[in-house]
Design a protein around this ligand. Structure first.
Ligand SMILES: [Zn+2]
Length: 435
């Protein structure tokens, strides 16, 4: 694996979350810039959709099977140094066992290139991700949102256009599922000049359980820049920090995820103010202080939080409260340019608001999208989350609040699917309850 080469850069971005103009939220503090959202403006937008050619169905690559990690419930399959030629890997194959509940794909590649999982197909030809998903019309607007609009509009939404990493959780909504048999997937790469030739190391985490998981444990790793006076030494006994952490416990506890090990580390003070991540592919991605900070996470479990003063510059009347390394993030992969989430503590220093940002960004990292984006009428794919302002009390609505907020059962279903959430005890019944 070529992870060492990645220690410096970071991910994508676009002014993803803009305050709404409806006036119903007079002073929105926006959570999440771009990395957070998985949509980005490609550099030069081609007039025509980039035709990367038909998938090569007969050119399949067999994976190296690796020993299970994390106990019986998690199995890993690695594809090392996979070539991406003229924009695409070959179609990679994956044999899933009878008791598969989910797969989490984490690909680590060139931090200056946009990477995306653009195809995922089951043994019966069921399309979870495709560049031209059945029944979906790709509009000009869609092409402005993402260089891989079909992947974004697929039945299992694939967050597109992230520099350095390709990640996908499937299922990431209760309306799709993965099952046993041979699956195929493909990763695409775009440089600032278009489809590019590069390489990627891929790990697929296969979550196995006799039924849909309903109880899990998530380790959390706290990283302090000195923002708000919090340090690795002070935070364990700081009432404000612990109030924020307790709020995270409440959000996740409601949907059956218990916070496990909590670690405390300091990182250099120069990261108290970080940028909001690269705005596109290209060498400037190597200069992102956000990505440099995320690469400081050494942990191979759970979720890393980084507490900073502020992220980027205030824009459009709002400001960025937090940013996640991806939707989902590269879970279980230390030292990548997106191995964590950043939480800004200056925008709204109320510990309840900071806890809200922690829960929200952690939700992205585990695979949740916003219930409602501020533009384009884009909603998540989860049936039991409210749309529009009605979702203002949902944790994944894109503004910060100290007021009560919650996750739905459908959102819990997605989070339990993530490889970073360790299975506690397989549910013996109600397997279909969340579907
Ligand atoms: Zn967000």
């Amino acid at each position: 694996m070529r992870r060492a080469a990645l220690a410096v850069s970071l991910a994508l971005a676009l002014p993803a979350c803009l305050p709404d103009d409806g006036g119903s939220d007079p002073d929105p503090v926006v959570i999440g810039g771009d990395a957070d959202q998985g949509i980005a403006n490609p550099e030069p937008e081609p007039e025509e959709p980039v035709d990367m050619g038909a998938p090569e169905w007969d050119a399949e690559v067999a994976p190296d099977m690796a020993a299970p990690v994390g106990g019986e419930s998690l199995e890993t399959v690695r594809f090392d140094d996979v070539e991406i030629a003229a924009g695409y890997t070959e179609m990679l194959t994956l044999d899933l066992p009878d008791d598969v509940q989910s797969i989490t794909i984490v690909g680590v590649g060139d931090p200056t290139v946009f990477l995306s999982v653009v195809h995922l197909e089951g043994p019966e030809g069921q399309i979870l991700v495709a560049e031209n998903p059945p029944g979906v019309t790709i509009t000009a607007f869609d092409r402005q949102l993402s260089p891989f609009p079909g992947a974004f509009k697929s039945p299992n939404r694939s967050a597109t256009a992230a520099t350095g990493l390709a990640t996908l959780l499937a299922p990431n909504n209760p309306q799709v599922e993965v099952g046993p048999g041979q699956w195929r997937f493909q990763v695409a790469a775009l440089s600032s000049f278009g489809p590019t030739t590069t390489a990627i190391d891929l790990t697929v985490y296969i979550k196995r359980a006799p039924a849909v998981p309903e109880r899990g444990v998530l380790d959390v790793h706290m990283h302090f820049t000195g923002s708000r006076g919090w340090t690795a030494e002070s935070a364990p006994d700081d009432p404000d920090f612990q109030a924020a952490l307790d709020r995270l416990r409440e959000f996740y506890g409601e949907i059956g995820i218990e916070i496990g090990e909590v670690t405390y580390d300091d990182v250099p003070e120069r990261f108290r103010a970080v940028d909001s991540g690269p705005q596109g592919p290209g060498p400037e991605a190597l200069n992102s202080t956000l990505h440099e900070m995320f690469a400081l996470s050494d942990y191979e479990t759970g979720l890393s939080f980084f507490f900073v003063d502020r992220i980027g510059d205030p824009m459009f009347g709002g400001a960025i409260g937090g940013i996640a390394g991806g939707t989902p993030g590269p879970m279980l992969e230390p030292n990548t340019v997106r191995s964590g989430v950043a939480v800004a503590t200056e925008l709204d220093p109320n510990p309840l608001s900071i806890g809200h940002i922690m829960g929200h960004e952690g939700g992205h990292f585990l695979g949740l999208y916003h219930t409602q984006e501020f533009f384009g009428g884009i909603t998540d794919q989860i049936p039991d989350t409210p749309e529009g302002q009605a979702g203002g009390d949902n944790l994944m609505f894109p503004t910060v609040t100290a007021a009560p907020a919650h996750l739905t059962a459908g959102q819990g279903f997605v989070m339990h699917m993530n490889a970073a959430v360790e299975l506690v005890e397989p549910a013996a019944s109600a397997q279909e309850a969340a579907r």
